[in-house]
Ligand binder design. Structure first.
Ligand code: HEC
Length: 152
C-alpha cells in the first residue's frame, strides 16, 4: 500500500500530495447589503428594464433588447446575477446552511434561466424568466429581511 502511494504521489505532487486541498484563499469583502447594492440589484434592474410592456400616454411600449448588442448586454447581466448566487453562499455572508443556501441557489438558477433566454433572443422567455428572477429575490427577502418577514 505504501509502495503504491509512493508511486502515485509524484503524479499528484503538483496538485498537492498531502491529501485534502487547501481551501481557496478567497476573501469575502462586501457584506450582503453591499453586494445587493453594487451587484445584484443594478444587474437585475438592467434585465427587467429590457422586458415587459409599459403603458404610456401614447400607447403600449414594448421593452425588449433591440439588437444583438443589447441581447448580449442582457446576457452579461444575467451572468453576473447567476454568479452572485454563489457569492451569497460564501461565509460570512451566508446566514445559515439551509434556507439561505436554497434561496441563493434559486437566484443562481433564475439567473441562468434569464441567461438562456437572452442567448435564445426570446422576448417571451426573457419576460417569463424575469418573473422567476423576481420571485427569487422575494423568497429570500421574505425570510431574511425582518421588516418584510414581520409584515407577512
Ligand atoms: C439569498 C438571499 C437573497 C437573495 C436571493 C436576494 N437578496 Fe437582496 N437582500 C438580502 C438580504 C439579507 C438583504 C438585507 C441586507 C442588510 O440590510 O444587511 C437584502 C437587501 C436588498 C436590498 C436593499 C439594500 C439596502 O441598501 O438596504 C436590495 C435593493 C436588494 N436586496 C435587491 C435584491 C434583488 C433585486 C434580488 C434579486 C435579483 C435580491 N436582492 C436577491 C438577501 C437576498
Amino acid at each position: 500500500m505504501r509502495y503504491l502511494w509512493m508511486a502515485v504521489c509524484p503524479a499528484l505532487l503538483a496538485a498537492g500530495c498531502a491529501g485534502a486541498p487547501e481551501p481557496p484563499p478567497y476573501r469575502a469583502v462586501a457584506d450582503v447589503k453591499q453586494l445587493m447594492n453594487a451587484m445584484v440589484d443594478p444587474q437585475a434592474d438592467e434585465i427587467w428594464d429590457k422586458s415587459g410592456w409599459i403603458v404610456t400616454a401614447t400607447g403600449v411600449e414594448e421593452r425588449r433588447p433591440k439588437n444583438d448588442e443589447e441581447w448580449i448586454a442582457v446576457m452579461h447581466h444575467a451572468v453576473a446575477v447567476t454568479e452572485a448566487g454563489n457569492l451569497l453562499m460564501m461565509a460570512p455572508r451566508a446566514k445559515d446552511g439551509n434556507l439561505w443556501m436554497k434561496y441563493a441557489q434559486e437566484l443562481t438558477d433564475a439567473g441562468q434561466k434569464v441567461w438562456r433566454a437572452a442567448e435564445a433572443k426570446d422576448v417571451q422567455q426573457l419576460f417569463d424568466t424575469g418573473g422567476v428572477l423576481y420571485e427569487a429575490c422575494l423568497h429570500c427577502h421574505g425570510e431574511y429581511i425582518d421588516a418584510i418577514k414581520n409584515a407577512k
